[in-house]
Structure formats: structure tokens, C-alpha cells
Design a protein around this ligand. Structure first.
Ligand SMILES: O=C(O)CCC(=O)C(=O)O
Ligand SMILES: [Fe+2]
Length: 325
């Protein structure tokens, strides 16, 4: 068997602010195909320029992780939002740390984060680097999300989109290289599906993201300076489950090898409503598209995923709210 590779989709010439123009329709067909087969793809996306990536990682992400832990711990959004901010020193997540900005594509949110972590410092360049990259990644996420709705034939109703908005979490992560007493390649962040709708991953120079193909094989995704990985999470899978999982939420994990610390930045889109609902117009019991999941509370599902009970299931969504069909 040959090596598996992620589908590659070229987004040059796709204008996120002008849906339907240029290569939009052709790219949408490729997106639907990739999300149904792999649940993810490698997006060639030159709008996030190599210089912008360098500014993000070298000018912002590295200095951020070099801060003392006490400073990093200031990145938290309150007890009800346990996975919104700093993560570090967690059981099962050795040599992994991450920081996250709620609303990362918005300058004000980045500014508030910077003021918290670098008080009394000139943080204008930091803010520009983080906001610039997060905003470009959000444009790609928005275009893909719209393509999925169009591709499924779900009306893209601007009014409704406003009343049930999505919000973004921009997470920056650091994974330590294997130590002398570890194996040459170590899994730092174990196999999981994302809970949100879409995730856009920017790997910087050092590989580590492994996606699992439907046949079970793991694909190590090589970072390239002009590409991003886009994948579907369980919140999107739920919405499309009526049509035999037309969107697959892939399992993935992060491993490290070599001797360089790995950095990544991920933009997650999260549904704005507390309850995730399968849209009624997508359920057709008589027509062979029965309801496959109960409506569920998003935050409670996230807590279930990290609970002892959740840990016993691979397919946590099915265990949490699956309906036997
Ligand atoms: O660091 C990465 O490349 C991806 C991390 C990831 O899968 C996650 O944070 O959910
Ligand atoms: Fe993930």
C-alpha cells in the first residue's frame, strides 16, 4: 500500500469576501469531497504570507512561551470556561503548553490579552502579528464554513447567521522535543476529535500533526510555508449526520521527533448557541435520514470529553448523545 496523503486544495483566487465568484464553486466541490472522505484537507493559502507566519511565531509565539508560568496563568477566562485559556502541566499532556485568545481574530481581544501578559511593555508589534495571522485564518475558516452550508444545500441566511453567530478561539501551542529518556518520536497530545465546528491549523517548520485516514492509517502532515490544515470537528459532524456523515470529524494527534521545540497556532470556530441542534429540516425519518444525535449542551459535552467516563470512549459524541438507529 502506498503512503496516504491529505487532499490538497488550492485557495489562491478564492475571495472570502465575495462568495460565488472566481474559482469558488470548483473549490467548494473539492471541499465537500475532502470533508466527506478525510474530514480534512491541506489548504494552499498564500493570503497568509510567509512573512506573516514568521512574525507570528518568531515575534509573538516564542516570546509568549518564554514568559514565567505565573504570567501565562493570567490567561484564563473564569472557572466556567476551563479550556479557554492557559493549559500546562496537565496529566497526560507532558511537555505541552498552550495559550488561547477568545475572539483572536479581533484586535481588541488580542490587545486585552497582550496587556494582561505583557503589562507595561510596548506590545503593538505583538498585537499586529497575532491579529494579522488570526484574521487571515478566520477568513479561510469563514469561506470553508459557508461552502459547507452551500454544499449541503442548507440556506445560508445572513440574518440567521447573525442571530446564531460563531465565535473563534485562537490557540497557540508549544510541544517540547523528546528528552533523552524518551523514544525518538513521542505522542504529546493523544488521538482525539475536535469538539468545535472547524479548526484551521498552522504548523511552523516542525512537523507533528498526524491525521487518521478512515482506514486507520496515520498521516504525518508536513508543514509548508503556504499551507494550513482545515479539519471538521464534532459540532459540524452533528449537523450533517443526517446524510450519513457527509462531514467526517477526523481523529488526530500530535507527535514530536528530532530536537526542535514545535509550535503551532490553531483557529477554532465554535457555535455561538449553548445548545447544538440537528436542524429539523435535515431530519427526514421517513426518507431514511433519521436523527442520529440528540441535541446537546456544547460546554457539557466538552466537560464529558475530559471526564473519566468520556476517556473510556473513542467516539465521545456517539457515547454522549448518539441515538441508536
Ligand atoms: O498543534 C496542532 O497541530 C494541533 C493541536 C490540536 O489538535 C488541538 O489543539 O486540538
Ligand atoms: Fe485537535
Amino acid at each position: 500500500m502506498g503512503a496516504v496523503e491529505l487532499p490538497k486544495i488550492d485557495f489562491s483566487g478564492v475571495d472570502a469576501s465575495a462568495p460565488g465568484t472566481g474559482r469558488w464553486d470548483a473549490v467548494r466541490a473539492e471541499v465537500m469531497d475532502a470533508l466527506a472522505t478525510f474530514g480534512c484537507f491541506d489548504a494552499h493559502y498564500p493570503a497568509l504570507a510567509p512573512a506573516q507566519r514568521a512574525a507570528l511565531f518568531d515575534g509573538a509565539v516564542r516570546p509568549l512561551f518564554a514568559l514565567p508560568v505565573d504570567a501565562k496563568r493570567r490567561n484564563h477566562y473564569g472557572p466556567g470556561k476551563p479550556f479557554h485559556g492557559y493549559l500546562g502541566g496537565l496529566p497526560g499532556l507532558h511537555a505541552y503548553e498552550s495559550l488561547a485568545i477568545v475572539g483572536g481574530p479581533e484586535l481588541g481581544a488580542v490587545q486585552a490579552f497582550a496587556d494582561l501578559l505583557f503589562p507595561a511593555a510596548d506590545n503593538a508589534a505583538f498585537c499586529e502579528a497575532v491579529h494579522g495571522a488570526a484574521a487571515r485564518m478566520a477568513e479561510l475558516e469563514g469561506a470553508v464554513r459557508r461552502m459547507v452550508m452551500e454544499g449541503l444545500g442548507v440556506a445560508v441566511d445572513e440574518g440567521q447567521a447573525q442571530s446564531a453567530p460563531f465565535w473563534h478561539l485562537f490557540r497557540m501551542s508549544e510541544y517540547g522535543a523528546p528528552t533523552a529518556d524518551e523514544r525518538a518520536r513521542e505522542v504529546r497530545y493523544g488521538s482525539h476529535q475536535d469538539t468545535n465546528s472547524l479548526s484551521v491549523v498552522c504548523q511552523h517548520e516542525v512537523d507533528g500533526l498526524e491525521m487518521q485516514a478512515r482506514d486507520g492509517r496515520w498521516v504525518l502532515v508536513r508543514p509548508s510555508p503556504a499551507s494550513l490544515v482545515v479539519m471538521a470537528g464534532n459540532a459540524l459532524r452533528v449537523r450533517t449526520a443526517w446524510s450519513n456523515d457527509r462531514v467526517h470529524a477526523p481523529f488526530h494527534r500530535i507527535s514530536v521527533g528530532g530536537d526542535a521545540t514545535r509550535y503551532s497556532a490553531i483557529l477554532f470556530s465554535v457555535p455561538g448557541e449553548p445548545t447544538i441542534r440537528v436542524r429539523d429540516e435535515l431530519v427526514d425519518e421517513a426518507g431514511g435520514h433519521p436523527r442520529r444525535f440528540r441535541d446537546y449542551d456544547y460546554d457539557e459535552f466538552v466537560r464529558f470529553c475530559v471526564s473519566e467516563e468520556g476517556g473510556r470512549h473513542d467516539d465521545k459524541l456517539k457515547a454522549y448523545c448518539g441515538v441508536a438507529v
